[in-house]
Design a protein around this ligand. Structure first.
Ligand code: NAP
Length: 485
C-alpha cells in the first residue's frame, strides 16, 4: 500500500533510549490528499516523555566526551543512510504531509544536508585565549555542549525541522529529544530508525510521539534535566512555551510565524520576479513560515506583473502529491482550508478583488485552489495575518519609502524578498527591512550554510550555519592565574 522499498522505515512506536516503545493506545496518521489511513502509531504521553529525557541524560556524558571527529563519523553515516533512502523517505513524507513527491524528496535532501554540514562544523568549535588585566593572568574561553536538548516541531517540514535542530545539537555534543507534530510522526520515526542503523548510541536521539501536546510540552519545557528547549511552530504557542521555560531558566530558541513581503520594483526583471514569487508562495501549498504573504508591486509594472503572475499560477497542477506532474498538494487539514477561506472572504468583503481561484477544490476536502487577490491593502485580513495557504494578495505601491514602511508594519520579522536591479536600492532596502532573512532577486533562501531565523515576534536564535552551532553551546571562561610564579 505504501510503495516503499524498505518497509522497515515505517515505525509505529516512539524511539526512547535506543528502544521502540509501545503505549496503551494508538493514534491514526492519515493522508491529507485522500483521507486514508497511512499508519497507526502508539500514542505516548507524559510518562514516555520523562523516560526519553532520562535516556538523553544518561547518554550525555559518553556522547559529549567523544571527539568531534567520532561524532562526525556517526553523523556522516546517518546522512548517507538518509540520502540512500531518499526516495522512500520522500514517499513517506508525501503520504503523511501531502506535499508533492519531488518537493518531499527535496526536503529529505535539505534535512540531510544539515546533518552533513553540522557534522563537519562540529570540528571547528574554537575557543579563545584573551590577555588578562595583569601579566600573571590569562582568560581562556572554551565552548561546551549545553546538555540535554528538548524540542517540539511542526507538520509542515516533518523531516527538515527536526534535522536542522538535531544536527546542530548532536554535533555540539548534546543529546536530543523531539516531540514531532501529531499529524506527521512517521518521518521523525524513520529518522530514528536510520540513526539507529548508523550506530548513533542509545539515548542520543529520541522521538516521542503523542497527541497530548500540552502535557508533553510541559515536561519538555519544565524538566530540570533539560538544558535547552527549541521550538518551531506558531507564534502563539511559542509565547506560551517561552513562559513555561522560565521556571527552570532554560536556554530557548524559537522559530515562529512569518508575514513575508515580496516587493517588485519598477526596474525588476519581471520574469525572474514571477518565478521567485511562485516558488516562494506556492511551495508546500503556501504552508511554509518563509512563504510570501504579501506581494507589493510598484505601480509602473503592476499590470504586466499581475498578468504574467496569474498566467504562471494557472500552470500549477493541484492534486495528490504522488501523482506525476502534480506540483501543488493539499493543505494539511480541512480546518486549515476553512481558515484560509475565511481570510479570503473577509478580505473580499473589505474591498479586495478575486482574480483567480478562491474555492475549496473538488480534488478533496483538504484542497484549496491556487488563489490571487488584487486591490488588496496592507490592513486587510489576508495581509495582516499569516495566511499559511495558497493565496497571493497583490498590493500596489508608489515609492520605496512607502513600501518599506508597509512591509515592516507587522509584528513578524522572519523572511522578506525584493526584486530590483538598482544597486543603491539593494543596500537601502536590504538594510531597511526589519526581517531576519532577505532574498534579493531570489525567492528560495534556505540552506544549511545560511543562518535561518527571525526577529521581532518571529522568534530568536538561528538554525543552520556557524551561528546555529552556538545556540547549542555554552561559553565557559577559565581564569588562569599565578602564571608569573
Ligand atoms: P503549532 O500549532 O504551533 O504547532 C507546532 C507544534 O507545537 C506541534 O508539534 C504541536 O503539536 C505543538 N503544540 C501545539 N500546541 C502546543 C502546546 N500548548 N504545548 C506544546 N506543544 C504544542 O504550529 P503549526 O500550525 O503546526 O505550524 C505552523 C506554524 O509554524 C506557522 O506559524 C509557521 O510559520 C511556523 N513555522 C515556523 C518555522 C520557522 O522556522 N520559523 C518553520 C516552520 C513553521 P500537535 O501537532 O499535537 O498540535
Amino acid at each position: 500500500m505504501h510503495g516503499l522499498d524498505d518497509h522497515k522505515l515505517i515505525k509505529n512506536f516512539s524511539y526512547i533510549n535506543g528502544s521502540w516503545h509501545s503505549s496503551a493506545s494508538d493514534l491514526d496518521v492519515t493522508n491529507p490528499a485522500t483521507g486514508q489511513l497511512v499508519a497507526k502509531v502508539s500514542n505516548a504521553g507524559v510518562e514516555e516523555t520523562n523516560l526519553a529525557i532520562a535516556g538523553a541524560k544518561a547518554a550525555l556524558k559518553a556522547w559529549s566526551s567523544k571527539s568531534a571527529n567520532e561524532r562526525a563519523a556517526l553523523m556522516r553515516k546517518w546522512f548517507d543512510l538518509m540520502m540512500a533512502n531518499q526516495d522512500d523517505l520522500g514517499r513517506l513524507l508525501t503520504l503523511e504531509q501531502g506535499k508533492p513527491l519531488a518537493e518531499a524528496k527535496g526536503e529529505i535532501g535539505y534535512g540531510a544536508a544539515f546533518i552533513e554540514w553540522f557534522a563537519e562544523e562540529g570540528k571547528r568549535v574554537y575557543g579563545d585565549v584573551i590577555p588578562g588585566p595583569s601579566g600573571d593572568k590569562r582568560i581562556v574561553v572554551v565552548k561546551q555542549p549545553v546538555g540535554v536538548v528538548a524540542s517540539i516541531t511542526p507538520w509542515n517540514f516533518p523531516n527538515a525541522m527536526i534535522a536542522r535542530k538535531a544536527a546542530a545539537a548532536l554535533a555540539a555534543g548534546c543529546t536530543f529529544v523531539v516531540r514531532p507534530a501529531t499529524q506527521t510522526p512517521l518521518s521523525a520515526l524513520a529518522m530514528a530508525e536510520l540513526a539507529e542503523r548508523a550506530g548513533i548510541p542509545a539515548g542520543v536521539f529520541n522521538v516521542v510521539v503523542g497527541n497530548d501536546a500540552r502535557g508533553m510540552g510541559e515536561v519538555l519545557t519544565q524538566h530540570p534535566d533539560v538544558a535547552k528547549f527549541t521550538f518551531t511552530g506558531s507564534t502563539g504557542v511559542g509565547k506560551s512555551l517561552i513562559s513555561q521555560c522560565a521556571s527552570t531558566v532554560k536556554k530557548v530558541s524559537m522559530e515562529l510565524g512569518g508575514n513575508a513581503p515580496f516587493i517588485v520594483f519598477d526596474d525588476a526583471d519581471l520574469d525572474a520576479a514571477v518565478a521567485g514569487a511562485i516558488a516562494s508562495k506556492y511551495r508546500n501549498a503556501g504552508q511554509t513560515c518563509v512563504c510570501t504573504n504579501r506581494i507589493f508591486v510598484q505601480r509602473g509594472v503592476l499590470e504586466e506583473f499581475t498578468t504574467k503572475y496569474i498566467a504562471a499560477v494557472k500552470e500549477l497542477q493541484m492534486g495528490d502529491g504522488l501523482i506525476a506532474g502534480v506540483n501543488m498538494g493539499p493543505m494539511i487539514s480541512s480546518k486549515a482550508v476553512s481558515d484560509v477561506e475565511r481570510l479570503v472572504r473577509d478580505s473580499i468583503d473589505a474591498g479586495a478583488t478575486l482574480a483567480l481561484g478562491g474555492q475549496r477544490d473538488d480534488a478533496g476536502e483538504c484542497f484549496y485552489q491556487a488563489t490571487v487577490l488584487t486591490h488588496v491593502t496592507n490592513d486587510m485580513p489576508i495581509a495582516a495575518n499569516e495566511i499559511f495557504g495558497p493565496v497571493s494578495p497583490i498590493i500596489t505601491f508608489d515609492t520605496e519609502e512607502e513600501v518599506l514602511a508597509q512591509a515592516n508594519d507587522t509584528e513578524y520579522g522572519l523572511a522578506a524578498y525584493f526584486y530590483t536591479r538598482d544597486i543603491g536600492r539593494v543596500w537601502r532596502v536590504g538594510e531597511g527591512l526589519d526581517f531576519g532573512m532577505v532574498g534579493v532577486n531570489e525567492g528560495i533562501i534556505s540552506n544549511a550554510a545560511a543562518p535561518f531565523g527571525g526577529v521581532k515576534q518571529s522568534g530568536n536564535g538561528r538554525e543552520g550555519s556557524k551561528y546555529g552551532l552556538d545556540d547549542y553551546m555554552e561559553i565557559k571562561y577559565l581564569c588562569m592565574g599565578g602564571l608569573d610564579k
